[in-house]
Design a protein around this ligand. Structure first.
Ligand code: C5P
Length: 226
């Protein structure tokens, strides 16, 4: 029988978490949950409603009136906001720029964590984010903290954009990644930190398949069937 373990994958922006998590989930027959997409969806709706990313109370009220759904699609996870698909909209530049300011509020995080904990109840999941091993699933069977230098992460994001036909400025990408890292790791509530019991994986010199193989091997050690 397959053991439905829970894998928490944390790390800074553009460390390749979602690409790896998707493939790890596929290999193990698990469900992949991208928690960044949930913060992005709230940010997208807040911008549309002209709510300031700094306004905690209004963001919280908005979130309590918002349905965010993550559904598996043929090419990865699909994201729905109040029933409408917003998978690509939540990757837009203005969302990326503002999401860390939305995600720093206590009221917002408590509700997001509550929703995320509902999603992991049955196990058999790979969840990626910033606080999964520390706040969402502190008792996860496997915790991995993926890192890479900002230079390497910006390079990967640049290549990813190029493949999608999006022109971007490398230095600007790098600056934005560093800015997001700074806000995420210095916020008062559940900052981005490695859980004490997480396995640290510096992926600077690793390929995606190296990362996938390493994490699935760690999952197998903890009882998952490959
Ligand atoms: O993973 P992604 O880069 O899409 O996440 C976007 C932003 O959402 C992060 O920079 C962070 O501010 C926030 N986030 C968070 N906690 C999570 C996932 C994402 O604060 N678990």
């Amino acid at each position: 029988m397959k053991k439905n373990i829970r894998i928490a994958l944390d790390g800074p922006a553009a460390a390749g978490k979602s690409t790896a998590a998707k493939k790890i989930a596929e290999k193990l027959g698990f469900i992949y949950i991208d928690t960044g997409a949930m913060y992005r969806t709230l940010t997208y709706k807040a911008l549309k409603n002209q709510i300031e990313p700094k306004n905690e109370q209004e963001l919280y009220t908005l979130l309590m009136n918002t349905v965010i759904e993550l559904k598996p699609g043929s090419d990865g996870q699909l994201v729905f906001l109040d029933g409408e698909e917003v998978t690509s909209e939540i990757r837009q530049q203005d969302v990326t720029k503002n999401v860390s300011d939305v995600a720093l509020h206590q009221l917002v995080r408590t509700e997001m964590v509550r929703r995320q904990q509902e999603l992991v109840k049955n196990g058999g999941i790979v969840m990626d984010g910033r606080d999964i091993g520390t706040a969402v699933i502190p008792d996860a069977e496997l915790k991995v903290f993926m890192s890479a230098t900002a230079e390497e992460r910006a390079k990967r994001r640049y290549e990813e954009h190029k493949k999608q036909g999006i022109h971007s400025d490398f230095n600007q990408l790098k600056a934005e990644i560093e800015q997001r890292d700074h806000i995420d790791s210095t916020r008062a509530v559940s900052p981005l930190v490695k859980a004490h019991d997480a396995v640290e994986l510096d992926t600077t010199h690793m390929s995606i398949s190296d990362v996938v193989n390493k994490v699935t091997a760690l999952a197998a050690e903890r009882g998952a069937t490959i």
